[in-house]
Ligand binder design. Structure first.
Ligand code: PLP
Length: 359
């Protein structure tokens, strides 16, 4: 049967999501979910959806949710499209704007889903590499001739943020569409939304999976010029966001004071642990996201891929899940730790102490 599939699909390797354990007892810091529950307003909104109403299809355009998102960002609903998670929106962008003849560019390292979406679409990927400084490769961007370019901003897995000043340079020197994947923007100092008014080729994507604590609800969105939104609507599944998700997402977005309180707590914990790692002599990028990318060092001063992989395994033996990205020089000596609650982070600290003492 495999022979019946399209040749490029036969050859492709699907995306590997972070491990989702079935049994309890894990400290799960591997997929940047929120350690805190979502707003109580979401529970109320979900309870108000009657079972009887689920007989009917959801609003195909998710229009009340588009309007809520538009209000949040000071835009019009015609500048908004809702997805079944932001992965859905990223997929729509790849499907609508790239092809075998119109390749897609990504900075590297960045969110590893983009090349998989391209492989499904049979699109070539052009890679614009970062160096260890993690500064935006503006020269490479200005020479890039791809039709569409994706930035993860703040970046994943490094957590490094970028400035709108650099993004303005990128947008002015690049002819195609630039997608700013802002999954972690609520934890950052700057975001690219203001650039939408200046550059019709800018697209911003967001998710409710991280700061809003709603990864299980699957809601994300894109903000863009209405012509771009209209294109994306043509390739979207008609009923891509279910009724419960639409209702829950509206309630979550309305409760901005709850969101701000949670984001404040996560940023406080994040910055405290970054300074701890730095005091230990572990190189750690300044994070503008809800995770920490740090380069572990043993008591005898060793670091590198083997050391990072050893810490990753040691964490696992102690029921802590973090992420390790092997096979790339800029990531393989690091581990990525999602910011957990205070108890979880204390346990991470104690486990690191044990790891350091095992030598
Ligand atoms: C950079 C980035 N973009 C998008 C997503 C996907 O988010 P969603 O849950 O909305 O599909 C993730 C999830 O980890 C991410 O890290």
């Amino acid at each position: 049967m495999i022979d019946l599939a399209l040749p490029h699909v036969q050859a492709l390797k699907g995306y590997t999501p972070g491990f989702q354990p079935k049994e309890a007892g894990w400290v799960k810091l591997n997929t940047n979910e929120s350690p805190y529950p979502t707003s109580p307003m979401v529970e109320e909104a979900l309870r108000e959806v009657s079972l009887n109403s689920l007989r009917l299809y959801p609003d195909p355009l998710s229009m009340p949710l588009r309007e809520e998102v538009a209000r949040l960002h000071g835009l019009k609903s015609s500048n908004v499209i809702i997805g079944n998670g932001s992965d859905d929106v990223l997929n729509l962008l790849v499907r609508a704007f790239s092809s075998a003849r119109n390749d897609l560019a990504v900075t590297m390292p960045s969110y590893s889903l983009y090349p998989v979406l391209c492989a499904i679409q049979n699109t070539e990927v052009t890679t614009l590499p970062f160096d260890r400084s993690m500064k935006l490769p503006l020269d490479e961007i200005s020479k890039c001739e791809s039709g569409i370019l994706f930035f993860t901003t703040p970046n994943a897995p490094t957590a490094v943020g970028f400035s709108n000043e650099d993004f303005r340079k990128a947008l002015s020197s690049f002819d195609g569409l630039i997608v700013f994947d802002e999954a972690y923007a609520d934890f950052a100092e700057e975001n690219a939304v203001e650039l939408l008014a200046e550059f019709p080729n800018a697209v911003v994507t967001r998710t409710l999976s991280k700061s809003y604590g709603l990864a299980g609800l699957r809601v994300g969105y894109a903000l863009a010029h209405e012509e771009v939104i209209s294109i994306l609507d043509r390739v979207r599944d008609s009923y891509n966001v279910n009724s419960l998700s639409q209702a829950g997402a509206i309630a979550a977005i309305k409760d901005q004071s709850y969101l701000n309180a949670i984001v404040g707590k996560i940023k406080y914990t994040r910055d405290y642990y970054i300074s701890q790692f730095q005091e230990m002599g572990w190189f750690t990028y300044k994070s503008q996201a809800n995770f920490i990318f740090t380069e572990p060092v043993t008591r005898s001063g060793a670091k590198g891929a083997e050391v990072a992989s050893d810490l990753f395994e040691f964490f696992k033996q102690h029921k802590i899940l973090v992420r390790y990205f092997k096979g790339h020089a800029l990531t393989e000596s690091f581990v990525r730790i999602s910011v957990g609650d205070e108890d979880q982070m204390l346990y991470v600290s104690e486990t690191i102490e044990k790891w350091l003492n095992k030598e």
